[in-house]
Design a protein around this ligand. Structure first.
Ligand code: PLP
Length: 624
């Protein structure tokens, strides 16, 4: 069982059941968009997206570019709509990451049209009475006709948003009529028309839309008590903690900050190691309830940043006992009821709860995945911050005494650092990588060396398959950084065709793996797999991957990086008589900065001490 101070359990089976319940309300032919903004309302955008796609979601909905980018980096290629208006400064990233922007004004549409070089799909948001973002319904027709004239934009969707679908049928009807009025007047028929959020799916059917946007109800939390009779949902998230300490107090002692609770009698109370910094709302001070050993206990005194006190006078409770702070186990601790104690919002508590908590994902009662403690994954914009760049680059430059190499290494390290640091830590041992150049007589490739690489290491097997990826640009390879099933990436010279990279052999232990290539968005993905691998998942196994490709003769340098914590590293560059004056420039971080460098005739090898850990982003540049 979990030993953390707090954790969340995400029940993906409940999530799937909720989706099935919601689907019963969707007319045939209606698609759904899973709303995964704010890290899927605190449930974890990646796992929720994956499950939703599995259950038939045709779109994902996010709040901003960053959220969309992160899903792309994690290998999700379903269409993603950015629901809020984007900023002009975000356009570059929208295009790069193939995200769909929402158009809420003519001005933004015009700017987007100017900035894009290829045709881009958009969804137009019409404000039919929500009074938030979107084009006001009275201006909608004239504005849409102007947007239609923008050559680079394709109107793929038009949508609106209900203000009170959960409990105001009359107003929703008015909004719906306004929306239909506009659709009727249009001389285009966008592929997707949508207005309903999850409550709208249940309360308001129409004959014009073909897509719905599922949020809170899919997470098993009711938006209004009136819906309880209409649909049966189960909360997906449970937030838990443990008793940290048990104390007793006499009558008239005070508990917590500012003495807001005075013990009415002799009592026993427990200190829980969660507070408002963990997302347990401060407004629950003296109001909240928690469940310990199936009994409800009152929160007493003010919620502190990192602790709360609960009354356990009537309980046989012990230090270490599990505490349920939010979830399905008792009505009183369901999000709706807990937040009603302070007139709060269930949407908000889901987003904030578990800020310091590791997430565990369950399916059919079995844990299938977890995400690390520092799990607020992000892709930083900041890595182009000039000052920081200069400082670090200069430092590397001084050590290497070469400006060119230092800037190369620097940009590489930074990219990896900023896209990988919140991952679960995986590690490899006995890492051996050799790269060999040789001459060849393939026509048309005279300016390239034939290049054979062999990589072996041991590592815990995560999946019954893994991928090798290859592309012509770092940009394209970047999106693979967060994928856990990616074991090897190769950057191909930009003049070469992708088919000039090949996996010649892939093995795990002694099993020869099948490998298939697929060209996807200009990246070559090679999937290595074997049915026998299923039995090895979770065990430490030996990987061995060999590839063949071509490397440009005019490059004068070759770099190899470690992307995981690695124990025992050996990297060799074999060049025979082809090259002269090869030098190895290692960039190692770990206990010792300097690996051993051994030069033989025709090859050079760098190696760390076998027992020593080397940090990710270490590597070596061979210069010649
Ligand atoms: C958040 C959001 C939704 C989801 O709403 P729920 O009430 O959680 O179902 C749908 N559409 C838009 C535009 C949103 O911003």
């Amino acid at each position: 069982m979990q030993k953390e101070r707090s954790w969340t359990e995400i029940n993906l089976t409940n999530f799937e059941q909720n989706l099935n319940e919601l689907k019963k309300f969707m007319p045939a032919g209606t698609d759904f968009m899973q709303i995964v903004k704010a890290d899927a309302y605190g449930h974890g955008a990646f796992e929720i997206s994956r499950k939703a796609i599995h259950c038939g979601a045709t779109f994902l909905g996010v709040a901003n570019v960053q959220e969309g980018m992160l899903l792309r980096y994690q290998g999700i290629d379903t269409p993603i709509l950015i629901l809020s208006p984007s900023l002009e400064s975000e356009i570059g990233l929208i295009l790069e990451n193939d995200l769909i922007p929402t158009i809420s004004s003519l001005e933004f549409a015009q700017t987007l049209n100017e900035k894009t070089t290829k045709k881009i799909g958009i969804h137009i948001n019409i404000d039919t009475g929500m009074g938030r973002s979107g084009i006001h319904f009275k201006q909608a027709l004239t504005t849409i006709s102007k947007i239609q004239q923008l050559a680079n934009l394709t109107i793929e969707g038009i949508f609106s948003h209900f203000s009170a679908a959960e409990n105001d049928a009359d107003y929703s009807k008015l909004q719906s009529e306004r929306f239909k009025g506009i659709l009727d007047e249009l001389d285009i028929k966008p592929k997707y028309v949508h207005i309903a959020n999850s409550s709208g799916v249940i309360t308001s059917q129409d004959d014009y839309s073909n897509l719905v946007r599922l949020g809170l109800l899919s997470y098993g939390v009711y938006t209004d008590p009136s819906l309880i009779n209409k649909i049966s949902l189960k909360p997906v998230m449970t937030f838990k903690s443990r008793i940290g300490q048990i104390k007793t107090a006499e009558k008239d002692e005070s508990i917590g900050y500012n003495r807001t609770y005075i013990t009415p009698d002799k009592m026993k109370y427990a200190i829980l190691p969660v507070g408002y910094a963990d997302g347990y709302d401060f407004m629950l001070s003296n109001k909240g309830k928690v469940l310990i050993n199936d009994k409800l206990c009152d929160v007493i005194g003010k919620i502190s940043m990192d602790m709360i006190a609960v009354d356990v006078t009537e309980l046989n409770a012990n230090v270490g006992d599990e505490v349920v702070l939010l979830g399905n186990e008792h009505e009183a601790i369901q999000a709706e009821n807990l937040t009603s104690l302070y007139n709060g919002s269930s949407y908000e508590i889901l987003c904030q709860v578990g800020r310091r908590a590791k997430r565990y994902y369950f399916e059919n009662g079995k844990m299938i995945a977890s995400s690390p403690l520092l799990r607020r994954d992000f892709v930083s914009f900041d890595y182009s911050d000039d000052k920081l760049n200069t400082v670090i680059e200069t430092a590397i430059e001084q050590r290497l005494q070469s400006k060119e190499i230092s800037s190369l290494i620097y940009s590489d390290i930074l990219k990896r650092f900023f896209t990988e640091r919140d991952r679960d830590i995986h590690y490899r041992r006995n890492f051996k990588h050799s790269i060999e150049f040789s001459e060849h007589n393939r026509k048309g490739l005279e300016s390239y060396y034939l290049t054979n690489t062999t990589l072996t290491f041991t590592k815990q097997l995560q999946n019954d398959h893994f991928y090798v990826a290859c592309a012509n640009s770092e940009k394209l390879l970047e999106k693979y950084f967060l994928r856990k099933d990616m074991e090897y990436r190769w950057l191909l010279d930009n003049k070469l065709e992708a088919n000039l990279f090949d996996v010649t052999s892939a093995k795990i232990n002694d099993i020869d793996l099948y490998h298939e290539m697929k060209l996807k968005d200009d990246c070559l993905e090679i999937r290595c797999h074997h049915p026998q691998l299923k039995e090895l998942v979770g065990k430490e196994v030996e990987f061995s991957i060999s590839t063949q490709t071509f490397y440009p003769k005019d490059s004068h340098q070759l770099s190899v990086y470690l992307i995981e914590m690695t124990q025992g590293v050996e990297i060799s560059f074999v060049y025979g008589k082809i090259l002269k004056n090869v030098e190895a420039v290692p960039i190692f971080s770990g206990r010792s900065k300097f690996p051993q460098i051994k030069e033989n005739k025709g090859s050079i090898t760098i190696s760390s001490q076998p027992e020593e850990w080397v940090f990710p982003t270490s590597g070596v540049v061979f210069v010649y």
